[in-house]
Design a binder for this molecule. Structure first.
Ligand code: SF4
Length: 375
């Protein structure tokens, strides 16, 4: 079992909070996409005999491409790999690109799951975040997607916005739930370095909310999703039964995947590699046959810390005997203190965050990290 991630590095405009790799210059779209097709061919042997059970078009904004281009990538993947008949094929789409015609074309090309970057149903919030779509687009597209016939779909929402209160957050969740949303990814707004938002905060133009407000919205999110019957299966992800993201679950479980396109990461079980995050350099390197990626073989220390970091974010938690280095013995006092604070528990040999502990997932994981000197 393996996954293929295809990074489409183009966006219509830059959202203020975003630190992903993308370009708003569409002039070189064809040459970059051609180079990505070349990368897919050159790397097709890397998965060996593994069958591909998930393909994920992320970005950037994959829905900016003509549906034919997406169909061509899917066909190419099917020609090059053994793709399961029941493979989950996800396309990230922004509301301003969603029309009935496009949904039909994506469905015909083999897309099984749409991930819509809604972020908010409110006009003022969308403008604040620099999103290209309007509230009307967001409302129209969720209606269309709910009826389109995909095996699954999901939306992204952002909370923790300046001035957001629980009533506003409730209203956003209600709109989504009223459309029968089977999966939700909800992210707390964070200020990433070198983004427009970081600049606005630094200049005093934007004041970020207190942690308490964001924390209360996270609690409300968990409660609302539980009441609606969605499982909280990863810190930022909720799903009805049968609608968990297979691609992301495999990624959190350390399953190998191939990442295609500028800035895409890959992992083969031992070596992590990442492509250059620059469209022009990527395209030129593919054409010239020169290196376009860096890589590193993970050490036991790194593998242990990654298992802790990604595993603790999921409700399945971390399988303790599978940790290559005994992080719980090495960090026994931090471990005991998180257990006695009611933030961590051990259930059936797995280390799992409690509901209260989900607020501190990253901090708890880093308290349990090991170093090379610990060995
Ligand atoms: S559309 Fe997505 S990838 Fe593009 S700038 Fe906005 S958040 Fe980033």
């Amino acid at each position: 079992m393996a996954g293929v991630y295809i990074h489409i590095p183009f966006c219509r405009q830059a959202c203020t909070y975003c630190d992903f790799h993308f370009s708003t210059n569409q002039a070189h779209q064809d040459s970059v996409l051609d180079a990505m097709g070349l990368e897919l061919i050159r790397r097709s042997k890397e998965l060996g005999d593994a069958s591909v059970s998930t393909i994920y078009f992320g970005g950037g904004t994959p829905s900016l491409l003509e549906p034919d281009r997406i169909a061509a990538f899917i066909q190419q993947a099917q020609d090059l790999f053994r793709v399961d008949r029941t493979a989950e094929v996800t396309l990230e789409a922004n509301p301003d690109d969603i029309t009935q015609e496009r949904l039909d074309a994506w469905l015909d090309s083999g897309i099984t799951r749409i991930s819509m970057g809604t972020q908010s149903f409110r006009e003022d919030r969308l403008r604040f975040m620099g999103r290209a779509h309007t509230a009307a687009h967001a409302l129209k597209s969720i209606e269309l997607i709910a009826k389109a016939g995909f095996a699954s779909w999901t939306i992204d929402l952002i909370y923790g916005l300046p001035g957001m209160d629980l009533a506003e957050w409730d209203e956003q969740l209600t709109i989504a739930l009223d459309h029968g949303m089977p999966h939700l990814s909800a992210y707390c707004l964070t200020v990433e370095p070198r983004t427009a938002l970081a600049h606005q905060v630094q200049k005093g133009q934007v004041r970020m909310p207190e942690d308490d407000a964001q924390s209360a919205q996270f609690d409300r999110l968990i409660d609302r999703m539980e009441q609606a019957g969605l499982q909280h299966y990863e810190i930022s992800n909720f799903a009805r039964e049968g609608h968990l993201s297979k691609h992301n679950t495999a990624y959190w479980e350390g399953v190998p995947y191939l990442g295609i396109g500028p800035s895409a990461h890959s992992f083969d079980g031992k070596v992590r590699r990442w492509n250059v995050a620059n469209n022009a350099r990527y395209t030129a390197a593919l054409a010239e046959g020169t290196p376009y990626f860096e890589s590193e073989e993970l050490t036991a220390t790194q593998r242990t810390n990654e298992r802790l970091m990604t595993g603790l974010r999921t409700t399945r938690g971390v399988e303790i005997p599978a940790l290559e280095i005994d992080a719980l013995r090495i960090n026994s006092s931090a471990f005991q203190s998180h257990v006695s604070n009611g933030h961590l528990s051990v259930t059936d040999g797995r280390l799992v965050l409690t509901k209260a502990g989900r607020h501190f997932a990253d901090r708890i994981a880093s308290d349990l990290f090991v170093t090379d000197d610990d060995r």
